[in-house]
Design a binder for this molecule. Structure first.
Ligand code: URA
Length: 436
């Protein structure tokens, strides 16, 4: 097999075989295909696309380039969720304890944040002592014992994807649906869960800016999951405004704790319950979607799954007293109350810009090796549809001076106040696989 033949074939719009895809991925990972030829391949895929079968082969090839975890010695059906990345998305921190309380086995390997989107691992590390690095045996043992564990992805999960993603980043080939779908699914499939619920974010703060692309991505990932014999469901959720009120690592853990105590913001509760109900159905713990939703809603309302978060924090070496005293997560950050400069309703928010405001304060990374500041971020007092008067606090900024002026400007420029009372449609669509 020759790389040049494969490049010509894809350049001219023909379908590649599994063997050809395996060849290019294996040889590139081993350093036997240079970056310039891989770049040409990625650009050809960007313009010519790939069908479901090719995308599945690509996902499986990248999955098999590194560790593929076998979680079969965890009793029961293992569940996982994945968000394609948003602002203020702390669903995992609520969902894990909630599902573990309902008897599910929540076995999750998560990532770190990059750019305006946050990552669960950074959020968890704002809990003093919390260890996100567990060996696979410790991970499995913890899920068996308490029903949940959330850890960082080992460096050896889908190394081909890691190498290719870095190249896509500098060759303008990130925004390709087959490349995104196979990249995400390669890691999800390697992580070993039986049932996966994908939360595909749509809107200004998301990768996918419109419904059409989001739906294509979701369908393709569900199809890849099905071809790889996993139970995969995708929901499309709005990311024009951040999820919940708080953005920033410690602040998001705090909001997750409040949600588990029964005081969560409606949008965060809704998305968590929707994903949770799919996973309870897929893991055969519940058989009726609406009943599952009602049960989960009730559990959140009465705070009865909070102890599971405490158990996870304890098991992973963290200080469980944060659960009873979440205000410690504010740390030493100073508080700045940002006032509205006009009166009306919040008509629009730009989640991307609000995520960037958090990043300027130090809540996120511009570059991979940047250090996170755990106690900075935003508390959005007003969200879309809320009434606000001139001079009223619209957001509280938690800061250590760095980025404060920039954050203030980004917030004021991107929370639009006007006469219209808009309402966000949160859950736009659900895509299930053909077997259901
Ligand atoms: N997230 C991923 O893991 N890969 C992509 O290509 C895009 C988002």
């Amino acid at each position: 097999m020759h790389i040049l033949d494969i490049l010509i074939k894809k350049r001219d719009g023909y379908k590649l075989t599994k063997e050809e895809i395996d060849f290019i991925i294996t040889e590139y990972t081993k350093g036997r295909i240079p970056d310039y030829q891989m770049s040409a391949f990625l650009m050809a895929v960007f313009f010519r696309g790939m069908d479901d079968e090719e995308s599945t082969s690509l996902a499986l090839s990248m999955r098999d380039s590194g560790d593929v975890f076998d979680l079969s010695d965890i009793n029961g059906i293992k569940v996982d969720k994945h968000s394609t990345g948003g602002v203020g998305d702390k669903v995992t921190l609520v969902l894990g304890p909630l599902l573990a309380h309902h008897g599910a086995k929540f076995a999750k390997m998560s990532g770190r944040g990059l750019g305006h989107t946050g990552g669960t691992i950074d959020k968890l590390e704002s809990i003093p002592g919390f260890n996100t690095v567990l060996g696979i045996d410790e991970f499995k043992d913890q899920v068996n014992r308490i029903g949940l564990a959330v850890v960082g992805q080992s460096g050896d999960i889908a190394p081909a994807d890691k190498k290719i993603y870095a190249l896509r980043d500098v060759t303008a080939t990130v925004e390709s649906i087959p490349l995104i779908a196979s990249s995400i699914m390669s890691k999800k499939l390697a992580s070993g869960a039986d049932c996966i619920c994908l939360d595909v974010k749509v809107g200004s703060g998301a990768f996918m800016k419109n419904m059409e692309d989001a739906e294509k991505l979701a369908r393709l990932m569900v199809e890849i999951g099905q071809l790889a014999k996993r139970e995969v469901t995708a929901i499309l959720t709005n990311m024009d405004e951040p999820l919940g009120h708080k953005i920033g690592n410690g602040l998001e853990v705090l909001e997750a704790i409040e949600t588990l105590k029964g005081n969560g913001p409606a949008d965060l509760v809704e998305v968590t319950i929707e994903i949770g109900a799919h996973l309870l159905l897929d893991s055969k713990i519940e058989s009726d979607f609406d009943v599952a939703k009602d049960k989960l809603r009730e559990t959140l309302k009465n705070g009865s799954s909070l102890y599971k978060l405490k158990e996870m924090i304890e098991a992973q070496g963290g200080d469980p007293s944060v659960v009873d005293n979440p205000n410690m997560l504010y740390g030493t950050a100073k508080k700045y109350e940002l006032k509205s400069i006009s009166s009306g309703y919040v008509e629009k928010m730009d989640a991307l810009s609000l995520g960037l405001a958090g990043m300027r304060l130090g809540a996120g990374r511009e570059k991979k090796d940047d250090q996170i500041i755990h106690d900075v971020g935003l508390d959005l007092i007003k969200k879309i549809g809320d009434m606000v008067s001139k001079g009223e606090t619209i957001a509280i900024i938690y800061h250590h001076e760095r980025g404060l002026e920039e954050a203030k400007k980004l917030i004021l420029d991107n929370i639009i106040v006007g006469p219209k009372r808009n309402k966000t449609v949160l859950i736009e669509k659900t895509i299930v696989n053909n077997k259901k």
